[in-house]
Design a binder for this molecule. Structure first.
Ligand SMILES: [Zn+2]
Length: 75
């Protein structure tokens, strides 16, 4: 196991938490598409970690708010 700096460990945790957020982000019915629960513990844990490090990450697929276009075309 390589010796990682705290910053590297932190970055890896952030990347992992972001992937969890993307995978477990609620679908149109408000439930997690993987866990099938409205309150997904995996996403709650990832969100709590990202909040603790000040990362306001939101998955790309969730940035288009229905009915609330922000005039920000993809790309
Ligand atoms: Zn989930």
């Amino acid at each position: 196991m390589p010796n990682l700096s705290l910053a590297q460990i932190r970055n890896r945790l952030i990347l992992s938490a972001r992937m969890i957020m993307t995978d477990h982000w609620p679908g149109e019915d408000g439930s997690c598409p993987l866990c099938r629960y409205p309150a997904c513990l995996a996403m709650a844990g990832a969100r709590a970690y990202l909040d603790s490090v000040g990362d306001p990450y939101v998955p790309t697929k969730a940035r288009r708010a229905p009915g609330g276009a922000q005039g920000n075309p993809a790309g």
